[in-house]
Design a protein around this ligand. Structure first.
Ligand code: UD1
Ligand code: CA
Length: 468
């Protein structure tokens, strides 16, 4: 691609057929909103700018778009508001001011077609440049064209115009070649053509789909790129289509991972977001969900009913049944669970182990440190080879603020120890079961609470008999 590329995404509509209070582009495919998927494809074209037309729930759509490209190109985003939705052509008109200074090609996409691959858009742009067209669009063929604009070609096979379903004659409705809604325009030709759009049609809207015909009449050429794989191009209008699209994307992701050497025991019950990376010889058991920007290493084993969100997991780790990990990091050779909860920057160094019913929040465990049972570690920093006994709690919250706990190398914390933060336990120290530690403990100390005392003997009726 030689000329500069701009992208325009139309995302102002509510999406009535979703029967939702939420704007359609905010509905999620996997863990990410539709608009995020479209933005990924747009960004891959390395555009000068990505202009998003917003209307319904403009603020939320804007926030979702910024989040989708955070740290990757959010600075290329521009937003324009289309207060009243008067058609796809009108949406493009609302962006006129943002496009006035643009040069080169303008790729126009709808925010509700999330499966589009960057590769396909590149083919569209390549044909646009090759033919030096005023406009170029993707077309495809479907068995049931209902709801789509139909592609009407002249005797020579060139595109004559697009006719919307509601404006089509019975004969035109028979056409199965449709407009999936992916366009590339020469900016300089598009902007003046917008002035010539009218609302003289069945829906009383400004149709973007009238532009190709206008450009052709004005002497420009209109190119088409036929795309065989219709599923990739289909827009989402209903919840059923949303589920079907997620199914296709999910399957494609699982196929990619299996081809790369990952064992997925039951693809039908495994839900992995499109961007997730997993190393070879990792085994994923049934009913696992892996979301967001997650990366798993090689030879890991992820057991059933576990949900991993934005995790980074090194090689040879095991996550046992029923764990929830979000924004967590396992270095390598770690074991977690069953039934563990790691969140908000929880971090395990090599060979650290977190066992049953343990919650780790915003805490770091050093090498070979273990917390095996029934424990809460929050805002804590643990050194190497620390052992945390069952039922230990970092009391990190005083009702107003969170405070840190530091446990140095080789400390042994006895069962049911309460660490009242802020507090530090020096290296090599040992705490007895049931200790309540409220002050810093110097290195190599033994701290112990008051042990329970025998107060009296209880005589139970009938027990004397049984003891004989
Ligand atoms: C559109 C096309 C149709 C095509 C189909 C593919 C037109 C006139 N028709 O129809 O040829 O086959 O897509 O899915 O373009 N939008 C706005 N502002 C508006 C209207 C729409 O931002 O005023 C946005 C919507 O939020 C949506 C996209 O444009 O993301 C498409 O709008 P939609 O109403 O779904 O168009 P279709 O009727 O499906
Ligand atoms: Ca649509």
């Amino acid at each position: 691609m030689t000329q500069p590329i701009n992208v325009l995404i139309l995302a102002a509509g509510l999406g009535t057929r979703m029967k939702s209070a939420r704007a359609k582009v905010l509905h999620r495919l996997g863990s990410r909103p539709l608009i995020a998927h479209v933005l990924d494809a747009a960004l891959a074209l390395d555009p000068e700018q990505i202009v998003v037309v917003v209307g319904h729930q403009a603020e939320q759509v804007e926030a979702a778009a910024r989040e989708a490209l955070a740290g990757r190109g959010a600075e290329r985003l521009r937003f324009v508001t289309q207060a009243e939705q008067r058609g796809t052509g009108h949406a493009v008109m609302s962006a006129r001011a943002s496009l006035a200074g643009a040069r080169g090609a303008l790729v126009v996409l709808y925010g509700d077609a999330p499966l589009i691959r960057a590769e396909t858009l590149r083919r569209l742009v390549a044909e646009h440049e090759r033919g030096a067209h005023a406009a170029t669009l993707l077309t495809t063929e479907v068995a049931d064209p209902r709801g789509y604009g139909r592609i009407i070609r002249d005797g020579g096979g060139s595109l004559e115009r697009i006719v919307e379903e509601k404006d089509a004659t019975p004969a035109e409705r028979e056409v199965r070649e449709i407009n999936p809604g992916f366009y590339c325009f020469e900016v300089g030709a598009l902007l003046p053509a917008l002035d010539r759009l009218t609302t003289r049609n069945a829906q009383g809207e400004y149709y973007l789909t009238d532009i190709p015909e206008l450009l052709r009449r004005g002497g420009g050429t209109v190119g088409t790129v036929f795309h065989e794989a219709a599923e990739e191009l289909l827009g989402i209008n209903t919840r059923a289509e949303l589920a079907a699209a997620w199914g296709r994307l999910r399957r494609a992701t699982l196929d990619r991972l299996m081809a790369a050497g990952v064992t997925i025991v039951d693809p039908d019950s495994t839900y992995i977001d499109a961007g997730v990376e997993v190393g070879a010889d990792t085994v994923i058991h049934p009913q696992v969900v892996i979301e967001g920007a997650s990366r798993l290493g090689r030879e890991c084993e992820i057991y059933s009913w576990t949900r991993l969100t934005n995790v980074e997991i090194g090689d040879n780790c095991r996550v046992l049944n029923g764990c929830v990990l979000a924004d967590a990091r396992l270095a390598a050779r770690n074991s977690v669970g069953p039934f563990a909860h790691l969140r908000m920057g929880a971090e395990l160094s090599e060979e650290a182990v977190v066992g049953n019913f343990v919650e780790v929040k915003k805490s770091r465990l050093g090498r070979k440190t273990k917390a095996m049972h029934l424990t809460y570690l929050g805002d804590a920093t643990l050194g190497e080879r620390v052992n945390i006994g069952a039922g230990t709690v970092t009391c990190n919250y005083d009702g107003k603020r969170k405070h840190p706990t530091v446990i140095e190398d080789d400390v042994k914390i006895g069962s049911d120890t309460m660490l009242v933060a802020p507090v530090r336990v020096g290296r090599g120290s040992v705490s007895g079961a049931g200790s309540v530690i409220t002050k810093d403990v110097p290195p190599d100390s033994l701290v112990a609470g008051v042990p329970a005392q025998i107060k009296k003997q209880i005589i139970h009726e009938g027990h004397e008999e049984a003891r004989k």
